[in-house]
Design a protein around this ligand. Sequence first.
Ligand code: PLP
Length: 401
Amino acid sequence: DSVFANVARAPEDPILGVTVAYNKDPSPVKLNLGVGAYRTEEGKPLVLNVVRKAEQLLVNDRSRVKEYLPIVGVADFNKLSANLILGADSPAIQGNLVTTVQCLSGTGSLRVGAEFLARHYYERTIYIPNPTWGNHTKVFTLAGLTVKTYRYYDPVTRGLNIQGLLEDLGSAPTGAIVLLHACAHNPTGVDPTLQQWEQIRQMIRSKSLLPFFDSAYQGFASGSLDGDAQSVRMFVGDGSECFIAQSYAKNMGLYGERVGALSIVCRTADVASRVESQLKLVIRPMYSNPPIHGASIVATILKDRNLYHEWTLELKAMADRIITMRKHLFDALCARGTPGDWSHIIKQIGMFTFTGLNRKQVTFMTKEYHIYMTSDGRISMAGLSSRTVPHLADAIHAAIT
Ligand code: PLP
């Protein structure tokens, strides 16, 4: 018998498992709204034009070799990534208070940050929003942190529970880490207003909590890179510590290239450089050093004025298509007279709509309409098109009535 005969079968990942089920469905009208990846109006994955151009430049450059990168990755990429999220004129950057390391997309950046905290920070508890992206709990727990939740979403208003949020952070132990979605909160699509961010910032600083931003959608929420970075910049602007995990999966469409960065903003340049020396000790035994290709694409785009401009236009076009899909779906439900208030579809921000549909209704829509989504009723607006909106609206209408 196999020495692994006792290995139990693990359940599918709750998000990636949706695609597994979708792939098995032979129906021609099937629709995958589970996956958090952009699709064109034709339902196809998109490689940005500007990414193709950058890749061409890289291929044509015969001086490029395949040597190992340093442990911290591509130096230009790190500098430019910090500039992108903090703003090039940020005093933290000017004062060399920021250390940035290239990591394996957003997930890898969160994990490296968490491993560093588990080793070098005095408070092991991290507060994450309820609900949040499903992987957060696992990433932080496996890094050795204790995960607790703070109230975030109010199902009644389908908006932010700011009172509950402030109460929960207010009663957290001094120094606790707080995970914040920089913009386009996943799965709810509900973000604090700038005034609410300011309240959150004051609470976090007054309790000496440590903010850890997850920035997976910069530019994807509003179409503006600076607009979507405002929450982070507000915190960095007050001069206290801050962690930021950045992903280029969505905003540059580099999903499978696994490009991201972890930035740690410190109070002095000396601390920042010592922190970086320890980040290297975290990374070296995990994967030694990161891959070259994706980070080189990003660096090529970010450092060239024309390519950068072209990227902002393509990014805005993706964000706009998602916003248009929100309007179409909202209108389609209004036209059908579907009972209930559906205005949250147009109020929510980013890739997802948190529909409010329950598990039973989701199961019904999958069974009867071949529409796939996570069981919490989250749908990816990026997976919709003008052609498929009516089918979804029919399904929601049938599930509700
Ligand atoms: N954080 C959030 C909130 C996300 O939604 C995602 C992707 O869905 C990620 C992090 C990490 O994605 P990746 O590791 O592909 O960059």
